[in-house]
Design a binder for this molecule. Structure first.
Ligand SMILES: [Zn+2]
Length: 305
């Protein structure tokens, strides 16, 4: 199993006090530096190509992000999405990690990969940076799998506590991509109602605050995993946000690290049945550093199993 990351992802710094801090990725990488993860094949993430980015983003958006990193200080793209001098390069490496990981699993150099990258991606729409996200990393990977590898069925499972509105926006009319998402509602960004079904390729499962482990697992078991299984994905991508953890300051879903391990194992099971075990997961949210480290460790350990 591969671990993709890049030092520049630690340099994207949206400002003091911002929850999407470099300390998040430091915490994840420190946790993955322990002996139990010694078998991970560590790869430096390449830059995404412009072609790969423009499969899911308007060329004007790509150009705007690449031109917006300031020489010093910060540039604000929306209320909570900011760029520092290293941000454009970090965004290129974050998206490039997922595309490269897709190549690795489809060329049988690995069966699974985790992309420990930031900025996160799932809120970035075709033409807009938002919610701490600049490029939609998981969408770049999915589109790359369709275009470069000729896949006909790619599934994206998004268990971040926030709805992956950007991923949904990009693939809402693309029947080769199934997007399944559980998320807290009401919560930012406000989308992700059960009635949002795209061309029959979206499954949105909003959850109330205080949902907890049992109801979360039951929902995935009965609805989202069932749907993934029926779709028979040739590749499974994961938007792995850990902000559903009970310690997270941005949400109240009340999950534990064990829940992420459980769900990851179920996702691997589905990938083994339909996709030769191929799973590419990428880091999205998670804002309590200890909970993030424990949850990401549990997730990666389950991917390695
Ligand atoms: Zn989130």
């Amino acid at each position: 199993m591969r671990l993709y990351t890049h030092p520049v992802c630690l340099q994207h710094a949206p400002g003091p006090g911002h929850p999407e801090s470099p300390a998040r990725l430091h915490a994840v990488l420190a946790a993955l530096d322990r002996d139990r993860f010694a078998a991970l094949d560590r790869i430096e993430a390449p830059r995404a190509s412009i072609e790969a980015l423009e499969r899911v983003h308007d060329p004007a958006h790509v150009a705007r992000i690449l031109a917006s990193a300031p020489a010093d200080g910060l540039v604000r793209l929306d209320e909570d999405t900011l760029m520092s001098p290293a941000s454009a390069e970090a965004a290129l490496r974050a998206a490039g990690a997922v595309a490269a990981a897709v190549d690795a699993v489809l060329n049988q150099r690995a069966s699974r990969a985790f992309c420990a990258v930031r900025p996160p991606g799932h809120h970035a729409t075709a033409d807009q940076a938002m919610g701490f996200c600049l490029f939609n990393n998981v969408a770049v990977g999915a589109a790359h799998a369709l275009a470069e590898h000729g896949l006909e069925r790619v599934a994206i499972a998004d268990f971040d506590v926030h709805h992956g509105n950007g991923t949904q926006d990009i693939f809402a009319r693309e029947p080769r991509v199934l997007f399944v998402s559980s998320h807290q509602s009401p919560l930012y960004p406000g989308s992700g109602g059960a009635e949002e079904t795209g061309v029959g390729n979206l499954l949105n499962a909003p959850l109330p605050p205080q949902t907890g482990s049992q109801a979360f697992r039951q929902l995935w078991d009965e609805r989202l995993l069932t749907r993934l299984d029926a779709f028979r994905p040739q590749l499974l991508l994961v938007s792995a946000g850990f902000d559903g953890h009970r310690a997270d300051p941005l949400a109240q879903l009340q999950l534990d690290a064990d829940d992420f391990a459980w769900l990851t194992a179920r996702l691997v099971d589905i990938a083994r049945v339909h996709a030769a075990g191929r799973v590419v997961s990428t880091l999205e949210g998670g804002y309590d550093l200890d909970a993030l480290a424990a949850s990401a460790s549990a997730h990666v350990a389950a991917l390695m199993a």
